[in-house]
Ligand binder design. Structure first.
Ligand code: MRU
Length: 349
């Protein structure tokens, strides 16, 4: 990753994050001090992408601890529980959010009898650990999946599953970075990803910064380019992977998986194990976030849809496991049948 920018960082007086709503026009960092500000940054997509949302939520809890005026552990824990409830309401699909909140909750649960300041200190350290582990995990995903990326491969990706969507390096783009760094001479095609344009604005921005060849296409061009033989593989990230291998990811991912199968192109999912949710048996049980009208009906100040005409805005879809050629995690490559493969990998430390 380029060292000249970062997605999210902990500072003693604030959580600092690159405001992804303003990219690519402007590199502006937000300095957020309380839980409400961090929750809104997640809801409004200033920070987004499943692992990055988890990091932001963990740091939100750590900020709640730092600014809590409570003098004793009981008062502090009451403040922390309020913070956790607020953050848990921000986005429903990315399971990393709930994973990170659960991990932070374990810190105060395991500090029974400790002084408030000791709990504060432990929470700040845990949030930083979650961040640093995520970068290492993404690098491991890149190394684990390298063998799937052919020399000169033309990779189609959807949304942004890059350094911007994680603490750094990325999942789908982690694989892309690893292949690029290994000299595979790859090229990336980035779906623009309507309606919030994470592909056009964010994937293109971060790959350009790292000098990885990238070309943006509109979402409806993928089928044509596959038919013309111009795409060798698809790599996407995930917001939640069910126990049977069904994958929730940005709306439009399912259509790509169907197209990839029709054209006999491999369709890979790259995600950390923190995105696998063993308590969700199949994709049907994954909650799909419905976002508001504005992101679909307008572009900046410009109306795209007549007033009074309703729009739909499911932000994610589910790709059935049988359309997934492999899932790459930091622990290796998973292949069908995914249920037992996932169970085995999740049982490994
Ligand atoms: O709505 P977003 O931008 O948070 O959606 C992000 C995605 O769908 C990503 O592909 C997913 O979170 C994986 S990020 C490594």
């Amino acid at each position: 990753m380029s060292s000249s920018w970062f997605t999210i960082a902990w500072r003693d007086d604030a959580v600092v994050m690159l405001d992804q709503r303003r990219l690519p026009a402007e590199e502006h960092y937000l300095e957020l001090r309380d839980v409400e500000e961090i929750a809104r940054a997640i809801e409004d997509l200033a920070i987004r992408g499943a692992p990055a949302i988890g990091c932001a939520a963990a740091m939100g809890i750590a900020r709640a601890a730092v600014i809590s005026a409570a003098g004793d552990a009981a008062g502090l824990i009451a403040d922390l529980e309020r913070a956790r409830d607020r953050l848990a309401k921000t986005r429903p699909t990315a399971v990393n959010l709930f994973w990170a909140l659960g991990r932070m909750s374990e810190v105060w649960a395991s500090h029974a009898g400790a002084a408030a300041d000791a709990i504060r200190e432990a929470l700040v350290a845990e949030a930083q650990r979650i961040h640093d582990e995520d970068v290492a995990t993404c690098r491991a995903i890149g190394a684990a999946g390298l063998e799937l990326v052919p020399e000169g491969g033309r990779v189609l990706t959807h949304c942004n599953a890059g350094a911007l969507a994680t603490a750094g390096y990325g999942t789908a783009l982690g694989l892309v970075r690893a292949a690029h760094d290994a000299g595979r001479g790859i090229e990336v095609l980035a779906d623009e990803t309507r309606p919030f344009l994470q592909g056009a604005r964010l994937t293109a921005w971060e790959l350009q910064r790292d000098r990885v060849p990238v070309t943006v296409i509109t979402d409806n061009m993928a089928g044509h380019l596959m038919q013309e033989g111009r795409i060798d593989l698809v790599i996407v990230g995930a917001d939640r992977i069910a126990a049977n291998g069904d994958v929730a990811n940005k709306i439009g991912t399912y259509a790509l998986a169907v197209l990839a199968r029709a054209h006999e192109i491999p369709f890979y999912v790259a995600a950390p194990r923190t995105t696998i949710d063993l308590s969700t048996p199949t994709g049907r049980a994954i909650p799909i976030e419905e976002r508001g009208r504005d992101e679909v009906a307008s572009l900046g100040q410009h109306a795209l849809v007549p007033d009074g005409v309703p729009v739909r805005h499911p932000a994610f879809d589910v790709t059935p496991a049988q359309l997934v050629s492999a899932i790459v995690t930091e622990a290796g490559i998973l292949e069908a049948p995914y249920g037992p493969a996932i169970e085995r990998q999740m049982a490994d430390e």
